[in-house]
Design a protein around this ligand. Structure first.
Ligand SMILES: CC(C)(COP(=O)(O)OP(=O)(O)OC[C@H]1O[C@@H](n2cnc3c(N)ncnc32)[C@H](O)[C@@H]1OP(=O)(O)O)[C@@H](O)C(=O)NCCC(=O)NCCS
Length: 144
């Protein structure tokens, strides 16, 4: 049974560890340290909403989202979704995203947006739960 609620400050350290571990692996190989991952989570806590999933009172994963208002409707942007290795494949990612859909509907949002790497397993996961590619692409310009 998965329980989901907004995070508490006392949980941020654990979320940082999840982020460091899960994005340190294939296909991401991101080099987060204890400090940089904690700084990132603190930034998320300050600027966005963090929902945490619990299984038997243990943290199993979290999702970071932002509700933005646009001229026509509100929109939700997913900034991070992480399920701990031990808890993957048990429906927790799906439950977290379903919770965001619930929150979004309550706040009169019409769409959820996110970025995903096409080659990452998460791409298939997002497809499974109803996400489709749209016509927008990410553009970048290196300045260093
Ligand atoms: C991607 C991630 C969030 C998925 O969460 P999860 O809890 O393992 O996924 P769920 O168990 O809720 O899976 C939901 C559905 O997606 C499918 N799915 C999950 N991972 C999949 C994969 N790698 N390939 C294909 N299908 C997948 C499941 O089979 C399930 O399908 P079903 O409803 O038909 O049974 C999780 O694996 C994760 O945190 N990975 C590391 C970090 C990451 O990649 N985050 C996303 C960054 S954009």
């Amino acid at each position: 049974m998965v329980k989901i609620r907004k995070t508490k400050k006392s949980e941020l350290k654990k979320l940082a560890r999840f982020m460091k571990e899960e994005f340190g692996r294939s296909p991401y190989y991101e080099k987060w340290t204890d400090k940089t991952s904690m700084d990132k989570i603190k930034e998320y806590d300050k600027l966005y909403n963090i929902h945490v999933a619990f299984v038997n009172k243990k943290i199993a994963g979290f999702v970071v989202s932002l509700l933005e208002c646009y001229y026509d409707a509100n929109k939700i942007f997913i900034h991070e979704l992480v399920v701990g290795k031990k808890f993957q494949g048990k429906g927790i990612g799906k439950s977290l995203m379903r919770e965001i859909e619930k929150v979004g509907k309550k706040k009169k949002a019409d769409t959820i947006y996110l970025m995903a790497m096409k080659k990452a397993p998460a791409y298939k996961f997002y497809g499974k739960i109803g996400f489709k590619e749209n016509k927008t692409i990410t553009m970048e310009k290196k300045i260093k």
